[in-house]
Design a protein around this ligand. Structure first.
Ligand SMILES: Cc1ncc(COP(=O)(O)O)c(C=O)c1O
Length: 396
């Protein structure tokens, strides 16, 4: 058999190696001038007012939650069909995740499922002082651009009864996505990005927060480095001083200049990669449309620019089909195993809370992500299509 088709291969711009060597030779390898330039360039790409680079999307989410300064134990709405890092961020920030179900077409929460979860926070008597053990209105919400689909943030915020300054966007899958012509993150109070190895713009590890609000961005900036009033680069610049204060307790979650230099080279290549992703998606659509037993990614894309981070299909008998593709040399993945099915969250949240997302449970069993990355060759894609077609054909 010819070599197998991996689920993902990180795309790397040709300029990356030189950019890294230059930083290593520069005498400054942690957060510094490259990081500042990367932040400006990523802000320009998004059309965002402020960008703060950080160690990962997971720390970006936690920093944003901490920077909101919510009362300890606040209810924070989150989809259950999400990455565990987002749930961990809520818990590490000292809050209580409240699980939101999805709409089965978009794979993200709808205004209806958000309103249902928000109502549940308030308890049976609705609002503070009720008989529920948890009777506070939600204090914040994380929304997520599943697979690259840009969610309608104002509609979800309204359904939750929350101001936009209480919405944190998990935009790990978001670069390249837009709604109504506005890129994800361009108008957000707090949008969190991932540059993890598998993402549309991989650095290996890394993340960023985009915000329309200078004060919020400054809080996150201080909190990404212990809460220090000056980062070390500024302290060591000519005329800088060793003196600093710690005004708030932060994390150690800064990005290094080595990462930032990779990010700058990668960012220049991102638009071309997005075009290649769209071509691959069109190829899958054409070849797979109409296959019995297969649900393609949703197509209600009016006014929406999908980032095509994932090509998520739905099939019955998902685990067996994934195994058959593996045997045919095609690697697949699942996004995501729902959080409500994970041991730790079941223990922390309880069985009742974890039973509140029935669509997530049902659809979660059917989701299968096919290989989708700029380096996927035409031959590789043909092999994916052939293997999936065969697996479905044998099931009638
Ligand atoms: C939706 C989503 N949120 C958050 C993360 C976490 O990103 P990071 O690895 O940069 O912390 C991921 C990573 O896989 C993700 O897919």
């Amino acid at each position: 058999m010819s070599s197998s088709v991996p689920f993902t291969i990180p795309s790397l711009a040709g300029e990356v190696a030189d950019a890294v060597v230059k930083v290593l030779d520069s005498g400054w390898i942690t957060t510094g001038p490259q990081t500042a330039s990367f932040e400006q360039e990523f802000a320009d790409y998004l059309g965002a007012a402020h960008v703060v680079s950080v160690a990962s999307c997971t720390t970006a989410l936690e920093l944003c939650l901490r920077a909101l300064d919510l009362p300890p134990g606040s209810a924070v709405l989150t989809p259950s069909l999400t990455f565990c890092g987002a749930i961990n961020a809520i818990l590490h920030a000292g809050h209580r995740p409240v699980l939101v179900d999805i709409d089965e077409d978009t794979l993200v929460p709808s205004p209806e499922t958000v309103a249902a979860a928000a109502g549940r926070c308030k308890g049976p008597s609705g609002g503070r002082g009720g008989s529920s053990p948890h009777n506070d209105a939600p204090a914040a919400m994380i929304v997520q651009n599943q697979g690259g689909y840009p969610v309608d943030v104002p509609a979800l915020a309204e359904a939750a009864g929350l101001d936009r300054t209480r919405i944190i966007e998990d935009a790990a899958h978001g670069p390249g996505a837009a709604r109504g012509g506005k890129p994800v993150g361009s108008e957000s109070y707090a949008a969190c990005y991932s540059f993890y190895a598998t993402k549309n713009m991989p650095i290996g590890e890394g993340g960023a927060v985009a915000s329309s609000d200078q004060e919020f961005a400054d809080r996150v900036r201080a909190m990404r480095l212990h809460g220090m009033s000056k980062d070390s680069w500024k302290r060591y610049l000519p005329g800088g001083s060793w003196r600093y204060d710690v005004k708030t307790v932060g994390l150690k979650a800064n990005m290094t200049d080595v990462q930032a230099a990779i990010g700058r080279a990668q960012l220049a290549a991102l638009p071309g990669w997005q075009e290649r992703r769209a071509e691959i998606v069109a190829g899958y659509d054409e070849a797979l449309r109409g296959l019995p037993g297969l649900v393609l990614p949703q197509r209600n894309l009016d006014g929406v620019q999908h980032a095509w981070h994932l090509y998520q299909v739905r099939v019955q008998d998902r685990d067996a089909i994934s195994g058959e593709l593996e045997a045919a040399g095609v690697a697949t993945s699942v996004h995501f195993i729902p959080a409500n099915q994970m041991t730790a969250y079941r223990e922390i949240l309880g069985a009742d809370e974890c039973a509140r997302v029935p669509v997530t449970d049902r659809v979660g069993e059917e989701l299968l992500s096919l290989p989708l990355y700029p380096g996927l060759t035409a031959d590789g894609q043909d092999r994916v299509i052939a293997a999936l077609t065969e697996a479905l054909r044998t099931r009638g």
